[in-house]
Design a protein around this ligand. Sequence first.
Ligand code: FES
Length: 143
Amino acid sequence: MLYSEKVMDHFTNPRNVGKLDDADGVGEVGNAKCGDIMKIYLKIDGDVITDVKFNTFGCGSAIATSSMATEMIKGKPLSEALELTNKAVVEALDGLPPQKIHCSVLAEEAVKAAIKDYFDNTGKEYDPALFKGGHSCDNCCNG
Ligand code: FES
């Protein structure tokens, strides 16, 4: 089978879909390869992500990885969420077909963009190197 049961589960029944009107950080990224877009909303209390929602205008793999990524960062400290990699999300989904790996990059980058937005909104100091690299819009489309 092309897709794992976990991918099918998160695709057909995605967790944390929607938006948070009172989000503390919002991250939106586009996938340069296919033009798909993902938006993630974070509610942050102290240093912990207390709630997260996402909207993805993308393929099934993008939806499944967004869903899994939100599950993996909910209730976690920001430092842990910043360490979330697309590889870890793909592993948690029991893999993706090689040609769909690029879809998982959206989730990692949207989480990072939302945390950066929170830092910027609250004037918190951070190491800009944390947000370098990858394929977010900041780095390739608008940069
Ligand atoms: Fe665009 Fe999957 S094909 S995110």
